[in-house]
Design a protein around this ligand. Structure first.
Ligand code: UDP
Ligand code: GLC
Ligand code: MN
Length: 334
């Protein structure tokens, strides 16, 4: 039976392009699977295609278009080594969802494993300490109260003070600067925003507490949708430290609930690129059944090349490029 809907509370996420929308789709399905009683809302910008919006509306109750806000703070984004994260200022629009009394923001690269509706018992601003700097909170998961006033104050603050990492996390931590010390009830358990690399950084704790995790966060540049599938296997790049069970669950949801609806990508340039086969030292066995699924990650590779960010030792290695050229010359599809 469907749980009784709480109309004035919502989980909210954000996507500024079709690539992050794939994460948002899996996230939305993961929330439905745990039978949340709250509404699902996604903020999208002009960069999300019409086809993708219609797919998003099959899982989200509200697909809300917002204007893109970019910090354009190249200096701090370079320090963070994530030049693409200036647009995360767009997250601030979530405070404008004043039809809701309380919301929980979730990054599009999070995945819900267990029902966590109890988060709505917390107050603004509740969040999990950041793994890199625990006196700061990680802004991939937070409880907030929509308010036009707070939105305006945040935008003003962004103009006046900016952000120490060029993204929303550096801004929100400056704005809610007493979070670390004021009220321990606003510190959420790590189980609500478990960095998916934690199984590598602190394996004994992961073995002890891992089964209780409620929300996994695939934080960092490598996202689940950037992995490559070849002959039914998920190819794991050497830099990957994602916990395999969580990665597998992400892909299970993706293959069962998202990929079958992506026919509109048939002619996209990366569908062609998806035929390239890359090898990895550690293939991860998966239950993926398609031979040539859409491999959205190739968009990012292409973009990275265009920006001069070339992974000489990994996917862009001479070996891989030569293999692709050979297959083109010989007319074979690898
Ligand atoms: N995001 C987006 N488009 C972008 C970059 C980020 O929509 O180009 C949104 C998306 O919801 C994403 C969040 O902002 O999950 C934060 O970015 P990301 O998760 O990549 O940061 P990380 O958690 O890896 O630091
Ligand atoms: C982070 C957070 C992410 C945020 C980014 C930029 O590491 O996980 O949610 O958008 O920093 O501030
Ligand atoms: Mn994230």
């Amino acid at each position: 039976m469907e749980p009784k809907k709480v109309e004035d509370e919502a989980f909210v996420t954000l996507a500024t392009d079709d690539s992050y929308s794939l994460g948002a789709l899996v996230l939305g399905h993961s929330l439905r699977k745990v039978q949340t009683s709250r509404s699902l809302v996604i903020l999208v910008t002009v960069g999300v295609s019409a086809d993708m919006r219609s797919l998003l509306s099959s899982v989200y109750d509200l697909v809300e278009e917002v204007g893109e806000i970019d910090s354009k703070d190249e200096v701090n984004l370079t320090v963070l080594t994530r030049p693409e994260l200036g647009v995360t200022f767009t997250k601030l629009h979530c405070w404008r969802l004043s039809q809701f009394k309380k919301c929980v923001f979730l990054d599009a690269d999070t995945l819900v494993l267990q029902n966590c509706d109890e988060l709505f018992n917390r107050e603004e601003l509740s969040a999990v300490p950041d793994v890199g700097w625990p006196d700061c909170f990680n802004s991939g998961v937070f409880v907030f109260r929509p308010s036009d006033e707070t939105y305006k104050a945040l935008v003003q603050f962004a103009e006046d003070k900016g952000s120490f990492d060029g993204g929303d996390q550096g801004l929100l931590n400056l704005f809610f600067q007493d979070w670390a010390t004021k009220d321990i009830s606003q510190h959420l358990s790590f189980l609500y925003n478990m960095n998916s690399n934690a199984s590598y950084t602190y394996l004994p704790a992961f073995q002890q507490f891992g089964k209780d995790v409620k929300i996994v966060h695939f934080l960092g540049e490598l996202k689940p949708w950037k992995y490559i599938v070849s002959e039914g296997k998920l190819m794991k790049p050497s830099e990957s430290q994602h916990s395999e069970d969580h990665l597998q669950y992400w892909w299970d949801l993706y293959m069962s609930h998202v990929e079958p609806h992506l026919q509109f990508y048939q002619d996209a340039p990366y569908h062609e690129l998806a035929k390239v086969r890359l090898e990895s030292p550690e293939p991860v066995e998966t239950s993926v059944s398609q031979d040539q699924p859409v491999a959205p990650g190739f968009i990012s590779r292409q973009e990275a090349w265009e920006k001069g960010e070339i992974d000489y030792l990994g996917v862009d290695s001479f070996e891989n490029i030569r293999r692709k050229l050979d297959s083109k010359i010989n007319g074979t599809t690898e």
